[in-house]
Design a protein around this ligand. Structure first.
Ligand code: SF4
Length: 366
């Protein structure tokens, strides 16, 4: 297993991640969270597996204190269902009183070579990524979106925070070498500015902030928490969710179109991807009927569990029927494909409307 800001590879062992990254198991705080609000399915189903200081956010919800969520989006391509998990978390906190801040990191897309030009990432941000975020249901007036290189406050905050880091710190946290570009090194500070942004005077000063973030991006959290204390901000909290399996058996990746379903995929394209997916089923129908399948390693089941089935009893039925061999992979895929097509038809209607609402969600220059 290798997990860095540049790469995720190998079999993922979540218990090992908790030890290696020094994060806390979510089980320790889920009970407390359930006392102050109704848990979303991401919490009920153990999809969110770890956190840092989530108790600070639970206290904010309980005592009706102002708090914020920051979760970024990379505009190197269309968003997929792995990215949707971040938005689902942001919506959960928004329903519990948070203001949501979404930096669109066109700078990251460029310095990490995910696009050829910054303009390509910027265009994609306005034409696809922001309408997607709006169509996923984030609330107007409580959602503040900005494109990183277009936001003067982010540049000023990045310059300010840069004095709190040294090259030696950046090397320790990110593993930079003499070959690393200054762009990647400075981007570490820019992402810290994204994370601490809701705490600047313009938005009412220091406050609790929670960052749903991929465990591969955790080095940015470590830097942000370190710098926050030195700058008089509240140390940001974070949550980490499990990766959704790739449909092709390989890791899901935005750069491998068949491994993921994109929110911009036509319903028929998504259907084809599901029908060809690698599952946890037996080698033959006879074997599957006799021994059952394994939903715990099945990419189709991941879609049911993380996105398509909201009713816990229905999900349990799918799980049990798979285990007993009552449900075959063919039937199961057809069911998933139908649910997915329904979701996408509805989503695409919202996406078209959202194109006219982009300006209402953007943070404007002062
Ligand atoms: Fe996956 Fe469904 Fe097959 Fe079970 S029956 S392995 S959940 S596709």
């Amino acid at each position: 297993m290798a997990i860095t800001v540049d790469e995720v590879s190998g079999e993922i062992n979540y218990n090992k991640i908790i030890d290696e990254f020094g994060v806390s198991k979510i089980d320790n705080v889920v009970k407390e969270l359930s006392k102050v609000t109704e848990l979303s399915m991401l919490y009920r189903r153990g999809i969110i597996f770890a956190h840092r200081d989530l108790n600070v956010i639970i206290d904010a919800i309980k005592n009706h204190k102002k708090f914020a969520v920051v979760t970024g989006a990379n505009p190197s391509g269309s968003l997929h269902f792995g990215n949707k998990l971040f938005v689902d978390q942001a919506k959960f906190y928004q329903e519990n009183g948070a203001d949501v801040f979404i930096p669109i990191s066109n700078d990251e897309s460029y310095v990490f070579n995910k696009v050829k030009t910054i303009d390509e990432a910027t265009k994609n941000a306005y034409e696809y990524v922001i309408p997607t975020l709006i169509a996923l249901g984030l609330k107007k007036g409580k959602t503040h979106i900005f494109v990183s290189t277009k936001c003067r406050d982010i540049y000023e905050l990045s310059v300010r925070l840069s004095k709190r880091a040294t090259f030696s710190m950046m090397k320790d946290i990110f593993g930079f070498t003499n070959e690393s570009s200054p762009g990647k090194i400075f981007y570490g500070v820019v992402e810290t500015a994204h994370i601490l942004f809701p705490q600047i005077e313009r938005f009412g000063g220091p406050k609790p902030v929670v960052v749903p973030i991929g465990i591969d991006q955790d080095p940015y959290m470590r830097l942000s928490r370190d710098i926050a204390v030195k700058e008089g901000f509240v140390k940001p909290s974070s949550t980490y969710h499990k990766f959704i399996r790739g449909l092709t058996g390989a890791k899901m990746s935005g750069s491998k179109p068949n491994s993921a379903i994109f929110l911009t995929d036509a319903p028929e394209v998504a259907e084809k991807k599901i029908m060809r997916a690698i599952t946890g089923g037996g080698g033959t129908i006879k074997e599957h009927r006799e021994h059952g399948g394994n939903p715990d390693v099945c990419s189709v089941y991941d879609y049911f569990k993380m996105h398509l089935v909201h009713d816990d009893a229905k999900l349990k039925k799918i799980y049990d029927e798979c285990r007993s061999g009552k449900r075959t992979c063919g039937e199961c895929k057809r069911e998933a494909a139908e649910l997915m097509k329904k979701f996408l038809i509805n989503f695409h209607e919202k996406f078209e409307k959202a194109k006219d609402e982009v300006d209402d969600y953007l943070i404007h220059e002062r």
